[in-house]
Design a protein around this ligand. Structure first.
Ligand code: OSB
Ligand code: MG
Length: 375
């Protein structure tokens, strides 16, 4: 029976190719944690934590995730042989919250187990596609013409679905300009909870008028009833992201008809297993689901692409080519946009991409070996 030999927790700082601005702030350099596990058989597994330096998107941050992993999660892996990802999730569920910290470890276990089985992560998870359809998420820009130019460049690159970040004061104007310039554009927007529910009529008005196909998370995460009101009679889809962290909440939201699309992020919901469960539950309810992103490096992107290859995830993912985020990326081969606005699903063992050591070392800020406590 194999066991764990090494648990390494790294912190890196990666400069984004351009700043990414959302309703909650601007990110220029991403601080991130990487979990590296090594078994006694010599197999390795990698996981990326999506918690950001500051708790703006959700309550977690790099610091809380580090503390959670060191204090509670790593000791679970030292207790016996090699835990399966599912068993890890069951045990980790004893502690409330902290899904991003849990996901970082869970992702590394999936990679490790897939490599152990000499299978791709996609196959290990039950993926069926060799390529996944993707779009691009465009941050808030300095001016409307700058946004139009940026979107035009992404369309030229080959992206066929564009999601733009919106917030009060950066919505009807930019969206109108995009519709004027690109009449056939498949346009989604994401507000990251920036509107009060009282803004419902205004949101409905510009989204309808400018042919927005999907409005993501306009209202606060707990405002399910507000989202349900927006769904009623809407000519666009209402997508929930931050609101849906677990199956019970998805069931509640489905019961209230509070969503017509679901953004699943493995890194936000506790990992690939929980993400797959959300996708399956959505499919059973005929709710379209798709894979979101959190500006991951090629490590987390590889996990997300594998999850996106599963049947329930039918809408184009927020997973773009490596060069939209980091140049160079941390891994090889980097992700490149292919025909029909797609990314190839890596077919090698595990996540199917390998760390480029020189790049990784350049961005490494801190390394910590988490050892088994003395008995
Ligand atoms: O809400 O989807 C979001 C990035 C950081 C935090 C939240 C979100 C995003 C994105 C980027 O939209 C998606 C990507 O990784 O390309
Ligand atoms: Mg979102």
């Amino acid at each position: 029976m194999p066991a764990l030999r090494r648990f390494t927790l790294d912190e890196l700082e990666m400069p984004l190719v351009e700043p990414f601005e959302t309703s909650f702030g601007v990110e220029r350099r991403r601080r991130l944690l990487i979990v590296r596990l090594e078994s006694t058989e010599g197999d390795v597994g990698l996981g990326e934590c999506v918690a950001a330096r500051d708790p703006l998107y959700s309550g977690e941050s790099v610091a809380t995730a580090r503390w959670m992993i060191q204090t509670y999660l790593a000791p679970l892996l030292w207790q016996e042989g090699l835990l399966s990802p599912q068993e890890f999730s069951r045990r980790a569920a004893a502690w409330r919250g902290n899904p991003m910290a849990k996901a970082a470890v869970e992702l590394a276990l999936w990679d490790l187990w897939a490599r152990r089985h000499r299978r791709s992560l996609s196959r290990e998870l039950g993926g069926r596609r060799n390529r996944v359809e993707v779009g691009v998420s465009v941050g808030i820009q300095a001016t409307v013409p700058a946004l139009v130019r940026r979107v035009g460049e992404y369309l030229t690159d080959g992206y066929r679905r564009i999601k733009v970040k919106v917030r009060p004061g950066w919505d009807a104007g930019p969206v109108a300009a995009l519709r004027r310039e690109f009449p056939d554009l498949r346009l989604w927007v994401d507000a990251n909870q920036a509107y009060p529910v009282t803004a419902i009529d205004a949101v409905r008005r510009w989204a309808t008028r400018y042919g927005v196909e999907q409005v993501e998370q306009p209202f606060p995460e707990h405002a399910l009833a507000g989202h349900a009101r927006l769904v009623r009679g809407a000519r666009f889809r209402v997508c929930l992201d931050e609101s849906i962290g677990d199956l019970a909440t998805l069931d509640a939201a489905l019961g209230m008809k509070a969503l017509t699309s679901l953004n699943v992020k493995a890194g936000r919901v506790g990992g690939l297993g929980p993400g797959r469960e959300l996708g399956r539950r959505a499919a059973r309810a005929s709710l379209p689901a798709w894979i979101g992103g959190m500006l991951e490096t090629g490590i987390g992107r590889a996990h997300n692409v594998a999850l996106a290859s599963l049947p329930p995830f039918t809408f184009p993912a927020d997973l773009s080519a490596s060069d939209r985020y980091y140049v160079p990326d941390l891994v090889e081969p980097a992700f490149e946009l292919g025909p029909g606005s797609t990314l190839a699903v890596p077919q090698g063992h595990g996540i199917g991409v390998e760390i480029v050591d020189s790049t990784y070392r350049k961005h490494l800020r801190r390394r910590r070996e988490l050892r088994r406590k003395a008995p």
